[in-house]
Design a binder for this molecule. Sequence first.
Ligand SMILES: [Zn+2]
Length: 592
Amino acid sequence: MHRPDPHSYYDSAQPKARRLQLKLGVDFATKRIDGEVVLEFGANATGLLDLDTKGLEILSVQASGHGPIPWELGEADAILGSRLRLDLPADTQEVAITYRTSPDTMALQWLEPSQTEGKVAPYLFSQCQQIHARTMVPCQDTPVVRVAYKAEVTVPEGLTAVMSAGPAGDEATGDGRHTFRFTMPQPIPSYLLALAVGRLACRDLSPRARVWAEPETVEAAAWEFAGVEDMILKAESLFGPYPWDRYDMLVLPPSFPYGGMENPRMTFLTPTLLAGDRSLVDVVAHELAHSWTGNLVTNASMEHFWLNEGFTVWAERKILRTLHGDDAAALGWAMGQKALEDSLERFANEPHLTVLRLHLTGIDPDDAFSSIPYEKGARLVAALEREVGEDRFHRFLREYMDAHRFTSITTEQFCSFVDAKLPGALVAVNARAYLNEPGLPASAPQFRSTMLDTLTALAAGWAAGERPSASQIAGWSTNELLVYLQKLPRQVTQADCAWLDTHFQLMGRGNHEILVEWLTLAAAADYEPAFPKLREVLLRVGRMKYLRPLYGALEATPRTRALAREIYAAASPGYHGLSRRVVQGMLDKFPA
Ligand SMILES: [Zn+2]
């Protein structure tokens, strides 16, 4: 027996699924999916087959040519779920499993009409990363196993289904429902399975890019993301031709727990990116870059997550630099530095979670999630680039992509490849310190610009009474203001809050990065005029990146703690399970 991934029952000595055929019946009334999955092995398979499941009701298992076969569902592990063990008869080509999902499965969030923009129809979306595909489909739920898939999704008439796959036709079923077909010919890791169902409209942005959203937001989304084709072209100049045919995006309702999820052919995005001024499109650059780093070359398990995220953050800033110049990229790195420092502080007592090459046996990957694989990882990639020079690193990247396309690799495989292609580079940048030691190495690359230095100096003078002039304020871009706010002391006075709101008009900001940074300062200062806005944002938005600092800042005083508990009681039914888990964990640690 060999289980290479601590988060999966997958055994590499057993047969591997090559392709899935899914039939999913979406039932909003019971909040369940009635599913059938056929696992195709691409060859004759035989013997034991261990699959991952969590909260699934298994109804029957049939092996091709053999009829029903026995199955055994193991005890439920809190992190892994239950092992579904099959014993395949000799020469099994494929095996079919019928099952039902539970109403509170982690991968699926079922929204009431009131939780959508249109407020007239329910909505369903999936989020399978880190290890939640097993709550939607019995499968070998590890990135080591890659599968192509076909799917048929049946939904109530009037609703549209989209998946991380190409559309392959649709038709009315005649009983008030509608079936949508999909095909994903390229092999993907299970965490990139994705489904959304709702009242959806779309707009074309280029011959290969389209944005989907509810009809109420689709025009705003098309305007916000109009520049996506330029980004695709820049990304192609870094990595080579776009490998997934189409780049479509779906703007989700506000409870979506992440900024974006790089589901291939259908990036999922939070509506908090619709700032109205295209100031938050860095998230699109990030999800797009995942088309190569993550989706094409994939981490072999969550212990190597930095291979996905570190490269992608580096690429995101590379794309932004070619589109908007050095200053914009330096601001991106500065915002990343803040996120990195916050995460290092959060894990101050768990230094083993601040290394890049993680060891996660017995640890839920959602608990290990932070900005560290993103930002520390990106700094290691940038250090390698600086060491060997931009041109040589660019050639290396192309070779790395070509050698590992459609495979899932470990940190150790990555290091061997670097040693072969860029001998000495890992030692020169002290890669061991990034990979195996806590914190950030002192030698990590710095990213500076004149503007960034000005903002840093101004913010450092806050406590001594220094304030930006009216002309400085008028000249700042959205991201410059954001970096300034991020660099202010975490504890300001209520008078300071009033000054900031008056001079920067913070309360009415449509850009959620600015709004949340402001509300975090205001919450920590127990600044009552901001309470209604705090309540409004926390009731509407379920993005974990925002919930964490806001609820964290509300720990400051008895009054803000009471406010946090009151808002959470009202807001939590609308949050995604992942978000609920994070916030509940924070509130549990509040002083009484
Ligand atoms: Zn990412």
